[in-house]
Ligand binder design. Structure first.
Ligand code: ADP
Ligand code: MG
Length: 616
């Protein structure tokens, strides 16, 4: 009995896009099908090594490709785990994995752009409908008796019981045209995307037997050809090969295979550890931002192997969150294959490997920073913000990360490191200063920097959102305290008493808008500025807290500081007729300079108009 099924709506949309949009990179369908076959072989391989029920299973792990030019079909078969009926329906009728969801979320509606996305994301099994108008999937799950045949023309799909000798999956594509019914084309695509999957891929291929020349008779035999079933990929775990035998192009090709990225990586780090603990790691830094970098449900980019056996690619704890842009492989010798997730987290061997990996990646980045600043800047612009997350809380490698972060500066262009900041510090400067806010132009002109500029003290301009959260958690760099500009104490102590009367009157005028009013020596040209109480979050931090969902923050009032040397303040001290209005304007200006929206902008505008009228 044949059962008919509808595709989930998202799948139908996706298939429509695949079929009706322009696409530039159709060939990736093969990469996707081979990668699924390889996953299925991984799963079975793992079970035969860890589960007694599968131990007696006798099979050759491999993938076969067949081209039938007459029938216009391309067939991809594997001896992997296979799918039962329910799995066929759910895996090939709905969208489960976040990669495909991410693809759908990134669609722009512009067919040309979106078809590039297909290449980038892969979009798995369904991408086969770019090249085939009908697909048959014959599958038998290992240890099961019955097999099933799934058939679809992309509109809906049907499923019925079928016969299949061996376990595994056989996918037959009824091709739209001849483009991929060509051995050379297929071989090249496999070499390009799937050369280093762990299993051999076989295909019938015409081989030429070179003509033999017989010197004596001078007779030349005609060359012959014969069809041979040939392995066309290397099928070696690339990360286990000696570095000396690998070319950059080998590394790049392997990267594209494991990351599904179409661009070359920015950098790779291949490490083989021998001795008490044996393991191999191959890490890549991408040259483009992974689409899910800032999503909570991002996918781990690191695959864990034990003795070359694939264990998981779904373990986010393999590297710390602030290194989630890393793609690659960790292959450990000294772990049991059937290690469970829970044990994995507490396992000492694993902890040591993880720790060494983090150290290695961070030190490699430092090397890059010192030897190739241009490349490092590329890295930093892509992933610097993620790396900074490592400064939050009490992470073990804070010092190493501090060596890697870069900042804009109030005194120079470009980005500088903390080391470079320290080297340029004046002899009597004891602290590193920073200011946080929305954009560096505004920060550069902040009244809070006036005294720093006058004294030629450099200030780090922290205009990344994350800076507001992270910088207060960084207390020192290389024994030098790191402080926000608002906490700077300047030498000339002001006698607050001289201004007691004035400041308390201003405070009265601004009653519930400020926490306090006081005179300051931090200002030069400006008459007023805003700071926050030492124990209160500053404005940039408040913004972040709100964004993170802390809606019901208590209202945090700023402190208005006034410049006793400014003409306005001097005059105000002697003549307080307009004190109420002037106080409001002083607060308004200070808010604007901090990038704070004025709640009562109409009142502010009226006041300014009134003052201009008087002045004119
Ligand atoms: P993904 O591989 O990211 O999960 P795909 O669209 O490529 O997404 O495949 C969907 C699912 O279909 C797979 O997760 C797997 O469960 C199943 N599948 C596809 N091809 C095979 C295969 N050759 N053998 C076994 N299962 C398969
Ligand atoms: Mg897949």
């Amino acid at each position: 009995m044949t059962e008919k099924h509808e595709f989930q709506t998202e799948v139908s949309d996706l298939l429509n896009l695949m079929i009706h949009s322009l696409y530039s990179n159709k060939e990736i369908f093969l990469r996707e099908l081979i990668s699924n076959a390889s996953d299925a072989l991984d799963k079975l391989n793992y079970l035969t090594l860890t589960d007694d029920n599968y131990k007696s299973l006798n099979y050759t792990p491999k993938i076969d490709i067949k081209i039938d030019k007459d029938a216009k079909t391309l067939t991809i078969s594997d001896t992997g785990i296979g799918m039962d009926k329910d799995e066929l329906i759910s895996s090939l009728g709905t969208i489960a994995r976040s990669g495909t969801k991410g693809f759908l979320a990134n669609l722009s509606g512009d067919a040309k752009k979106d078809s590039n996305l297909i290449g980038q994301f892969g979009v798995g099994f369904y991408s086969a409908f770019m090249v085939a108008d009908k697909i048959e999937v014959l599958s038998k799950k290992a240890l099961n008796e019955e097999a099933n045949l799934w058939i679809s023309d992309a509109k809906d799909f049907s499923i019925k019981p079928a016969k299949k000798d061996t376990h595994g999956t056989q996918i037959t594509l009824h091709m739209k045209d001849d483009e991929f019914l060509n051995e050379y084309r297929i071989e090249n695509i496999i070499k390009k995307y799937s050369n280093h999957i762990a299993y051999p891929i076989f295909m019938d291929k015409e081989e030429f037997i070179p003509a033999k020349t017989d010197d004596e008779s001078k007779e030349i035999e005609p060359s012959k050809s014969e069809i041979k079933n040939t392995q066309i990929n290397r099928a070696s775990a690339l990360w286990r090969m000696p570095k000396s035998s690998l070319k950059p192009s080998d590394y790049n090709e392997f990267y594209k295979q494991i990351s599904h990225d179409s661009a070359d990586p920015l950098h790779y780090i291949h490490t083989k550890a021998e001795g008490t603990l044996e393991y191999t790691t191959l890490f890549y830094i991408p040259s483009v931002e992974p689409f899910d970098l800032y999503r909570v449900d991002y996918q781990s980019g690191v695959k864990l192997y034990v003795k070359r056996v694939f264990i998981t690619d779904d373990e986010k704890e393999l590297l710390p969150v602030y290194l989630r842009f890393i793609r690659g492989i960790i292959d450990v010798e000294d772990l049991p294959l059937n290690i469970s997730r829970e044990i994995l987290q507490e396992n000492r061997v694993m902890a040591t490997v993880k720790d060494a990996s983090v150290k290695k990646i961070l030190s490699e980045l430092k090397k890059m920073m010192d030897s190739d600043r241009e490349k490092y800047l590329k890295f930093y612009n892509l992933f610097g913000r993620v790396l900074k997350e490592g400064l939050y809380g009490f992470t073990p490698y804070k010092d190493e990360i501090l060596n890697l972060v870069l900042f804009k500066s109030s005194k120079r262009d470009g980005l500088i490191s903390l080391k470079e900041y320290k080297e340029a510090m004046k002899d009597d400067q004891k602290e590193i200063f920073y200011i946080t806010g929305k954009n560096s132009q505004m920060l550069k002109n902040s009244p809070l920097l006036e005294s720093f500029n006058k004294k030629e003290i450099e200030v780090l301009l922290c205009d990344d959102e994350i800076d507001a959260i992270v910088m207060p958690m960084v207390f020192e760099y290389d024994k030098t305290p790191i402080k926000p500009v608002s906490s700077a104490k300047f030498e000339e102590e002001l006698n607050q008493d001289d201004f007691k009367e004035l400041t308390s009157k201003i405070k009265q005028a601004l009653n519930d808008e400020v926490k306090d009013v006081r005179v300051t020596s931090r200002l030069d040209k400006s008459a007023s500025c805003l700071v926050y109480d030492e124990n209160d979050p500053d404005f940039a931090t408040q913004q972040i807290l709100k964004q993170m969902g802390q809606e019901n923050l208590p209202k945090i009032l700023p402190i208005l500081e006034i410049n006793p040397n400014h003409e306005i303040i001097k005059k105000l001290k002697d003549n307080q007729i307009m004190l109420n209005d002037v106080s409001k304007v002083l607060l308004g200006i200070a808010k604007i300079q901090e990038g704070i929206n004025l709640e009562n902008s109409d009142e502010f505008a009226n006041l300014l108009t009134k003052f201009i009228e008087k002045a004119i």
